[in-house]
Write a protein that binds this ligand. Structure first.
Ligand SMILES: O=C(OP(=O)(O)O)[C@H](O)COP(=O)(O)O
Length: 258
């Protein structure tokens, strides 16, 4: 859904997938790999911030993951909004889902090898994990300094949406939602799967429908809620054609010829 006539008073939450990363551009499965923003991603984040500013949005607190494409996008948006001063919380629980042994692989080549249907399942099924990283795989993030204080058993070797949801929702309940309840307007700038997990939870999207939900990069997703803070509607801050084209672009990344 898109909307250009939002009512700011009912908005306490905006979700945003970071701008396009270099690995998005190269069509590689990324997950917990710390890929940087592409130039186009910088531009998308800047545009997202500008649109939020022009439409009169402001925030009291912001959240991102510990991956630089999320952190940098949030910084760019806050710069556009001149909101450098608001508290920003970075948390590993908001990371993208872990893509396991698929990380670094090209999606179109993977689709040519295993079939588009299998790739769609790995990308979008609710509870099907991609193949895991081997114990000896140097691509496992367990030794990364940013996860130093986290129980190693919590550092995944692969994750499906359900796994990501189970690590993200405790943070939502313990930290993010209490801020909303106490009146804060919240911006969350994270990843495709983190947004899907939150959207699924907030809108009670059935498991069988989640397979067709794709999140475009760099387009703010606004949630309006009622007085009990239950979401009543959500919409992207862009015109319908732009949103649909961006969603299709994400969906098409799993095609064998891309
Ligand atoms: O790291 C990823 O997501 P992100 O770009 O939102 O951080 C994934 O590689 C996105 O790929 P997908 O759209 O096939 O799930």
């Amino acid at each position: 859904m898109t909307d250009n006539n939002h009512n700011c008073r009912a908005v306490s939450l905006v979700l945003l997938r970071h701008g396009e990363s270099i690995w998005n551009k190269d069509n590689k499965f990324c997950g917990w790999v710390d890929a940087d923003l592409a130039d186009t991603g910088h531009q998308e984040a800047k545009t997202a911030g500008r649109i939020l500013r022009e439409k009169g949005f402001t925030f009291d607190v912001a959240f991102c993951s510990v991956l630089k494409r999320s952190v940098k996008s949030l910084n760019i948006v806050l710069d556009e909004l001149d909101l450098h001063w608001i508290p920003v919380f970075k948390h590993w629980r908001l990371n993208e889902r872990h893509y396991g042994a698929l990380q670094g692989k090209n999606k179109a080549e993977t689709a040519a090898l295993f079939g588009e249907e299998q790739v769609k399942i790995w990308r979008r099924a609710y509870d099907v994990r991609p193949p895991p990283l081997e114990d000896s795989d140097p691509g496992w993030q367990g030794e990364d300094a940013r996860y130093k204080f986290i129980d190693k058993r919590l550092i995944p070797r692969h994750e499906c949406l359900k796994d990501a949801e189970q690590r993200i929702l405790p943070y939502w309940h313990d930290v993010i939602f209490p801020k909303i309840k106490s009146g804060s307007r919240v911006l969350i700038c994270v990843h495709g799967t983190s947004v899907r997990a939150l959207l699924k939870y907030l809108n009670k999207v059935p498991e069988e429908e989640i397979i067709d939900l794709n999140i475009p990069t760099g387009i703010p997703l606004v949630f309006e809620s009622d007085k009990d803070l239950s979401p009543v509607r959500h919409y992207y801050l862009a015109d319908e054609a732009k949103v649909q084209a961006a969603i299709q672009k994400v969906a098409d990344q799993g095609k064998a010829r891309n």
